[in-house]
Design a protein around this ligand. Structure first.
Ligand SMILES: Nc1nc2c(ncn2[C@@H]2O[C@H](COP(=O)(O)OP(=O)(O)OP(=O)(O)O)[C@@H](O)[C@H]2O)c(=O)[nH]1
Ligand SMILES: [Mg+2]
Length: 399
């Protein structure tokens, strides 16, 4: 009997030990290939979730402890592009700036071809009568080129067509290309001030609600990093915490620090602190995202003026980029006028040109403000922002 009891106790001890061994092994085991990877590049759609889409639970914070992610218990059951974006080892290598417009040209052509093709069809007609010229002008107006530039272009084309003749499609294309290029003005200096001797260059990003400011800040940060520059982001949109989270997510993906303040805090002081941090860290560029504001609300416009003035206590603001949504057409011009009165705009970023056939707004806004379009947004992907190149733009219009 005693022997039997001893055998049972030994058997139980052996079984318990085996289980314990199993458990400890499973903690230390490497992750099997079938498990979701700890860090991965965002897949098919690398776009950040929009603010409305980000639930507080899904939203990452800078304090997300990375140590947790190394334990089996902390592994997310669903892969989350947002979570992985904040892991330090998830830093991405953005595409270089060079050649971006060529890569994205198809996006532009898809929506703009109607203009180019329509114009070419009209200009290569056998007989260019008044009705045809009126149709050319109407097409230009539909593409938001603006009344004065459209009339100017038609006059120029008329004269040249009379003198040189446009018998073939190639003739028409050549005339149109030259005419459009002149309107878009290839001579404008579109370089971004992204570094400065003696401190970081400061770029302030402004515009009405939802035009793509935060996304553009993120995309510019990527462009700069691709160019070998170091960046600090300033989340001066303090209206909602989600705005700072959105910017921080963009920054963390390329290893750029984000300076943020308390929700509903003073945006000017966040902007000031961001530049201060940029100076301390010795970075090349400080990019400041601001809250969307209606140009018709004078209080909000005054606040923007204050943000700029406070930042200028550190030194000059090198660029004030106005972000305009190309799909809003002529309304964008009214916004541009008011913003330019409050903060001297140095460049325009035209976003969402992938979703509109109104690319003529490039011409109209440059005329309106007397400042160049420096960048264009051609999609929601992280590298879908291209430095504006007049030649490539006109070529894309003509298909
Ligand atoms: N198709 C397309 N979508 C874009 C582009 N740029 C931005 N967006 C989208 O526009 C939406 C608004 O972008 P945000 O960057 O949040 O706009 P915002 O100006 O910061 O918005 P507020 O801070 O609320 O004023 C997002 O869904 C972006 O993905 C673009 O070039 N093309
Ligand atoms: Mg924003």
């Amino acid at each position: 009997m005693i022997i039997f009891v001893v055998i049972v106790v030994i058997a139980l001890l052996l079984a318990g030990g085996g289980l314990a061994f199993q458990r400890s092994r499973s903690r230390g085991l490497p992750r099997s290939p079938s498990q979701p990877p700890l860090s991965s590049k965002p897949s098919a759609s690398p776009t950040e979730p929009s603010r409305a889409e980000q639930s507080p639970a899904a939203r990452p914070t800078a304090a997300t402890p990375t140590a947790e992610a190394s334990t089996t218990e902390a592994l997310p059951t669903e892969p989350s592009t947002v979570d992985t974006a904040l892991e330090p080892d998830a830093t991405e290598v953005p595409e270089p700036a060079a050649g971006r417009l060529t890569r994205l040209r198809a996006r532009l052509a898809r929506s703009e071809n109607a203009l180019g093709k329509g114009l070419l069809a009209l200009l290569s007609k056998d007989k260019l009568d008044d009705d045809t010229w009126q149709d050319v002008e109407d097409l230009l107006l539909t593409a938001d080129v603006g009344v004065a530039p459209a009339a100017e272009l038609v006059e120029r084309l008329k004269t040249r067509a009379m003198v040189e003749g446009t018998r073939t499609l190639d003739d028409a294309r050549r005339l149109l290309r030259e005419g459009l290029l002149e309107l878009v003005d290839p001579g404008l200096d579109r370089a971004l001030m992204t570094s400065r001797v003696g401190g970081p260059a400061v770029i302030l990003v402004v515009g009405v609600n939802g035009t793509g400011k935060t996304t553009t800040c993120g995309k510019i940060a990527r462009l700069l990093v691709a160019d070998g520059k170091s960046v600090v982001l300033g989340a001066a949109d303090t209206f909602r915490a989600a705005a700072a989270d959105q910017l921080e997510t963009w920054g963390s993906r390329v290893g750029a620090q984000t300076v943020r303040g308390p929700e509903e805090g003073d945006p000017a002081s966040v902007a000031f602190d961001a530049v201060k941090k940029g100076i301390e860290l010795g970075v090349d560029t400080v990019l400041i995202d601001t809250a969307g504001r209606l140009h018709t609300k004078s209080g909000l416009m005054d606040e923007l003026g204050k943000v700029k003035r406070v930042v200028e206590k550190h030194g000059p603001v090198d660029e004030v980029l106005l972000v305009l949504d190309a799909t809003t057409g002529q309304n964008g011009l009214i916004q541009a006028r008011v913003f330019a009165e409050v903060v001297a705009i140095t460049g325009v970023v035209l976003t969402k040109l992938d979703g509109t056939a109104k690319g003529g707004i490039v011409v109209a806004v440059q005329r309106e403000l007397g400042v160049p379009v420096k960048l264009i947004g051609l999609g929601e992907g992280p590298d879908d922002l291209a430095p504006f190149e007049a030649d490539a733009f006109v070529d894309a219009l003509l298909g």
